[in-house]
Design a protein around this ligand. Structure first.
Ligand SMILES: NC(=O)c1ccc[n+]([C@@H]2O[C@H](COP(=O)([O-])OP(=O)(O)OC[C@H]3O[C@@H](n4cnc5c(N)ncnc54)[C@H](OP(=O)(O)O)[C@@H]3O)[C@@H](O)[C@H]2O)c1
Length: 278
């Protein structure tokens, strides 16, 4: 990875942190996009102590203004992007929250932010090809379908439903992105990392806590494995549009493979982020 520039969003904790440290250890310059300055700086310092290279850019990805600002700040400092890892994610288990843009927060952070960030960096990814976009989805997508007329959960809302649908959106986004990137040398893949003991479960309802007692729960180190594999494996240089679990491409849910829904979600996301006006 020497000479390569990688972005990892949400790299101050969990599997994003492990991935950033690993990629820097392989010689890449890793740009951490985090909302928390103190914990983001701590990871950059840890990477520095190992003699590796990292930089920190601050953004609350719930804010489209901050997504735009962080993309601009990146493009000001770096002239190439080899790997963009859309890892940051939130699980709002309780009340429906609305961002400063008037959007349901889980959908905004988990889907619209990676959509907009990727959109704003596409020209640089293409100019740096072969390059990769890796998006962290979840097996939680499997229980849901996407209601394109209620993307904000205005009619029907549950925390787990919003999370699962946002992770379904990650896969639909990956499929449509991959289709649009055909022939450019930029690949787009997504993954389920496994059930990993991280901060994502910090507000988990009491009745769901049994999940974390399973011996199958992974450490962040193990949970980061597939993400690092997708970012680095030479054999994946031309593999695109796939959903990976444990390093293997697997069939995601039927709803996540619907081409028409993927296309319509792309258009809706362009409108909701005003991406093409940028
Ligand atoms: N853990 C699992 O079992 C599991 C399973 C399937 C999928 N995933 C996915 O894995 C990814 C990484 O999560 P994790 O498990 O490593 O949990 P985590 O430790 O909570 O990491 C999530 C990261 O996203 C960041 N983030 C959340 N909202 C943000 C915002 N508005 N702006 C900027 N950054 C924001 C968090 O920052 P703060 O520290 O500031 O909150 C944190 O760095 C997520 O996309 C999650 O959906 C996890």
């Amino acid at each position: 990875m020497h000479g390569k520039v990688c972005i990892v969003t949400g790299a101050n904790s969990g599997i994003g942190r492990v991935t950033a440290i690993d990629l820097a250890g392989r010689g890449a310059t890793v740009v951490l996009v985090c909302r928390n300055h103190a914990s983001g700086s701590a990871v950059v310092e840890e990477i520095g102590r190992r003699g590796d290279d990292a930089a920190l850019l601050i953004a609350d990805l719930a804010s489209q203004r901050q997504v735009r600002e962080v993309a601009a700040a990146f493009l000001k400092r770096f002239d190439r992007l080899d790997v963009l890892i859309n890892n940051a994610g939130v699980a709002g288990w309780g009340t429906r929250l609305v961002t400063e843009d008037g959007l349901e927060a889980t959908f905004a952070v988990n889907h619209l932010a990676p959509f907009l960030l990727t959109y704003l960096l596409l020209d640089t990814l293409k100019a740096s090809a072969p390059s990769r976009v890796v998006t962290v989805s979840s097996a939680a997508h499997k229980s849901f379908t996407l209601d394109l007329d209620d993307l904000q959960g205005e009619r029907r809302y549950s925390g787990f439903g919003a999370y699962g649908r946002s992770k379904l959106a990650n896969i639909l986004f990956t499929h449509e992105l991959s289709r649009r990137l055909e022939g450019t040398g930029v690949t787009a893949n997504c993954l389920h990392p496994g059930v990993v003991a991280t901060g994502i479960f910090r507000n988990i309802p009491r009745w769901m806590r049994f999940i974390l007692t399973s011996p199958l729960v992974l450490t962040p180190e193990r949970g980061a494995d597939t993400m690092i594999y997708l970012a680095t494996a030479p054999e994946l240089a031309e593999v695109s549009g796939q959903y990976f679990v444990k390093r293997k491409p697997v069939r995601s849910s039927r709803a996540s493979r619907d081409t028409e829904t993927a296309r319509r979600l792309w258009w809706a996301s362009e409108v909701l982020t005003a991406a093409s006006d940028t």
